[in-house]
Design a protein around this ligand. Structure first.
Ligand SMILES: [Zn+2]
Length: 346
């Protein structure tokens, strides 16, 4: 106990010193509103809207899907000490604030792991806002959501465990068709510790949960997945490739197959990056992304806002400095969006 307390104190001091030495982020480092990213090649338009935490609305001309949104944002004390549930008023209000008014035609809501900040709001959105969407998640996520699906009247057939379909850096895996012009490959990934080597709520579920989860510690991680999305053209050709991770992973976890062509856009996570070696460098080398967009960087223990602070325990300026170095100092190749920012990729 003493050793871990002094370790926390030491990390805190190091973090403070490091923060003091780093150039702070400036307001023009953050992307807001509508951002146009021109990658050329004559592909159809693709849009990516950041909703905070792991939440991205991905829209191709004919398909719309969502990755794990969190808009309930319980405080750090509530998440640690009390019962937590989806806050339906906060979900509706947060979506409206971020400019998302209609999720009726979503075909899928996707989450790579089952922590509450990635999955707690998903069943309510699926039940009330997106009645056609399948929920695609890892085995533990599907088992955790089972009683919530029953409570909310979601047909169990909409709840799909996709862990068995995951490929990895060696290849393999099975593509999942999400709509006429969008498909997705799950990838075996990993979840960095939250701080000082500790991972909260790790572990997995062998059986369906019997009653809906009521505390953060019931939202066990399971085996984390990452994803590649491919937007397809009229002849089935790949027009755009997007990488998405919802947690930092030790290399080579979360890597795309070594034989896959580079991705156009990588959505990567700064939160907890310093808990593993050589991130973000390793995932940038693997994906060879033309443009990098950061998600899951803001403090999600406060109500959703378009003007958030960085998440505690992560030195965002250091992460950005390393990202800049990896991209050869080209500031046109990365974006740090506030929630509500919409990227239009052409
Ligand atoms: Zn997590």
């Amino acid at each position: 106990m003493k050793a871990s307390t002094s370790r926390v104190a030491l990390i805190g001091v190091v973090a403070l010193l490091a923060t003091a030495c780093l150039a702070p982020l400036r307001s023009d480092d953050f992307a807001r509103g509508v951002q146009r990213i021109d990658l050329g090649g004559g592909a159809a338009p693709l849009s990516l809207t950041y909703l905070g935490v792991g939440g991205w609305l991905i829209e191709t001309p004919r398909t719309r899907v969502l990755t794990a949104p969190l808009l309930s944002n319980p405080s750090i004390w509530a998440a640690g000490l009390t019962r937590i549930r989806a806050d339906t008023a906060a979900i509706v209000d947060g979506l409206r604030r971020f400019g998302v008014t209609d999720l009726e035609d979503l075909t899928a809501i996707i989450s790579g792991h089952a922590h509450y900040d990635h999955l707690m709001d998903v069943p309510w959105i699926a039940a009330r806002l997106s009645p056609r969407a399948r929920i695609l998640t890892n085995t533990t996520g599907a088992r955790t959501l089972a009683p919530l699906a029953d409570e909310l009247g979601i047909d169990r057939a909409r709840l799909v465990d996709i862990s068995e379909l995951a490929g990895d850096v060696e290849g393999g895996g099975e593509w999942i068709q999400l709509g006429p012009d969008l498909r997705m490959l799950p990838l075996v990934s990993d979840h960095a510790p939250h701080f000082v080597g500790l991972t909260l709520y790790d572990g997995s579920r062998a059986e369906d949960l019997v009653r809906p989860p009521v505390s953060a510690e019931q939202w066990l991680e399971g085996e984390t997945l990452a994803f590649v999305f491919e937007m397809l053209g009229p002849r089935g050709e790949v027009q755009r490739r997007v990488y998405y991770q919802d947690a930092v992973a030790r290399e080579p976890f979360g890597f795309i197959p070594a034989t896959m062509d580079p991705v156009d856009v990588a959505l990567i996570v700064p939160a907890t990056y310093a808990e593993v070696a050589w991130q973000p460098e390793a995932i940038l080398e693997n994906t060879r992304a033309r443009h990098v967009i950061l998600g899951h960087w803001e403090n999600f223990f406060r109500p959703p806002t378009v003007d958030p602070d960085p998440v505690p325990f992560t030195l965002l300026p250091d992460f950005v400095a390393r990202l800049r170095r990896s991209l050869g100092g080209d500031d046109g190749r990365w974006s740090l969006p506030v929630p509500g920012t919409r990227f239009e990729i052409r």
